[in-house]
Design a protein around this ligand. Structure first.
Ligand SMILES: [Zn+2]
Ligand SMILES: [Zn+2]
Length: 75
């Protein structure tokens, strides 16, 4: 990974995270100069946006309009 402080390719390591990111911590520290950089900031997966909230979904109609279907059957 390129370190802008060293101006060269350096080995980066994931420093101990104190923010609770765990393995997803975007922080990397240059093993040569110690410069910390952030890589690929975690973003909210778009799948969540496309998922319709259950509250807006119409509940399964317990009282379905059977009359309509009956009239259709008759006609
Ligand atoms: Zn972190
Ligand atoms: Zn460096």
């Amino acid at each position: 990974m390129f370190c802008s402080t060293c101006g060269d390719e350096r080995l980066f390591e994931q420093p101990p995270c104190s923010d609770g990111h765990g393995e997803d911590c975007p922080e990397r520290a240059c093993t040569a100069c110690g410069t910390a950089i952030l890589i690929g900031l975690p973003v909210a997966p778009p799948a969540i946006l496309g998922h319709a909230p259950p509250s807006t979904q119409a509940p399964p109609a317990a009282s379905s309009p059977r009359r309509t279907s009956d009239e259709r059957a008759v006609a």
